[in-house]
Ligand binder design. Structure first.
Ligand code: KG4
Ligand code: ZN
Length: 339
């Protein structure tokens, strides 16, 4: 007898995107994301505004996901939500909503680690042309995290390297802000880089031992270079925007790739994946794909599963449900949820 295909509602509200998804088996039938444009003019996410916007969006977003998937509430088998890490006010909205709905429907509740969900997004049916095989290394790069994770199975993951200061996404966003670009600047740097010379400017790269990362020195290096150049030529940032973007992007991606190559050598694991918002970066995708010409088995998720989304939360929830890893009504949002 085959087990009934499970239907899971995923809810994501860790930062500035409110998202709900419906997973049926391993297939996504709806993945609705409401972005918050309110933060753009502030140059970063304003926590108070983010939680208020989540409160406004959560019910319509869940309703739309159910409508898109043509699923009614009483067909749901479980609810998975992002328990952490993230912004306290933002996480609390998703957590409270998920708890209330699970209580009303009398169905299991699953608390999901946001970064583990980024990794597990690879297992959604249409996530990529090549699913990673265990064990694999995953470079998880987002606005708040930069890690190399050894994924032994869907539950057992070990962090081999971490950033000691800024995350890669943060480095993109802060560099973009210095160039006068709105938040989030990562996708804009990616776009302008396409018309620029990646070797036009050189920025210092950190010398951090092991598999850890650092990006705060790069930020300072960019700032000093811009200040020095603008003493000689006002409007320098505008005139050389494309070259600056391409050079900054090139430096960040080289830092990431150097450590990833080191991790492959150190562990002997050649199954390699990328995940998180920065994995949408076209240069990172190109460089890692080129590794297929060597002996790496490379997995990159499709764009809609790179940046924050509830599909990955539902997918992680599905793995946890199989292992009966549930939480109760005492579950609380945890901005510093550990691995
Ligand atoms: O995973 P994510 O959506 O949210 C967090 O969990 O933080 O990642 C957001 C980050 C932002 O810093 C954003 O600038 C960056 O991912 N990002 C990019 C690109 N798309 C998103 N960075 C570089 N190139 C991109 N194409
Ligand atoms: Zn994320």
């Amino acid at each position: 007898m085959t087990a009934k295909t499970k239907i899971i509602l995923g809810i994501e509200s860790s930062c500035d995107d409110t998202s709900a998804a419906i997973l049926v088996g391993n297939q996504i039938h709806a993945n609705v994301i409401a972005n918050q444009e309110v933060h753009q003019s502030f140059g970063g996410v304003v926590p108070e505004l983010a939680s208020r916007a989540h409160q406004e969006h959560i019910i319509p977003v869940v309703q739309r996901a159910l409508n898109d998937a043509k699923i009614s509430l009483n067909q749901l088998d479980a609810i998975a939500f992002t328990q952490g890490p993230g912004l306290m006010g933002s996480l609390t909205v998703g957590t409270s909503f998920a708890k209330a709905l699970a209580l009303a429907l009398k169905i299991p509740l699953i608390g999901v680690h946001h970064m583990k969900a980024h990794v597990l997004a690879h297992f959604i049916d249409d996530a990529s042309d090549c699913k990673p095989s265990f064990p694999f290394l995953c470079l998880t790069v987002s606005g708040g995290h930069t890690q190399i994770v050894q994924v032994n199975n869907a539950i057992d993951m070990q962090v081999l390297g971490n950033t000691i200061d800024d995350a890669a996404g943060e480095a993109f966003d802060k560099a973009a802000k210095m160039l006068g670009l709105p938040y989030p600047g990562g996708p804009l740097i990616d776009r302008y880089s396409k018309h620029g010379n990646p070797k036009a400017f050189t920025f210092s790269k950190p010398q951090i031992p092991g598999l850890n990362f650092s990006f705060s020195g790069l930020k300072t290096s960019i700032l000093y270079a811009l200040q020095a150049a603008e003493k000689k030529q006002t409007d320098f940032r505008k005139i050389y925007l494309n070259d600056l973007c391409a050079s900054i992007q090139n430096t960040i991606i080289e830092i990431l790739m150097d450590k990833l190559e080191k991790a492959v050598k150190q562990t002997g694991i050649k199954n390699v994946a990328i995940a998180g918002g920065v994995s949408a970066n076209s240069e990172l995708r190109k460089r890692i794909l080129s590794k297929r010409q060597t002996d790496w088995n490379v997995s990159i998720p499709k764009m809609s599963y790179c940046t924050d989304n509830a599909a990955m939360i539902a997918m992680a929830g599905s793995f946890y449900l199989q292992e009966n890893l549930l939480v109760g009504q005492d579950a609380a949002a945890n901005p510093r949820l550990s691995w």
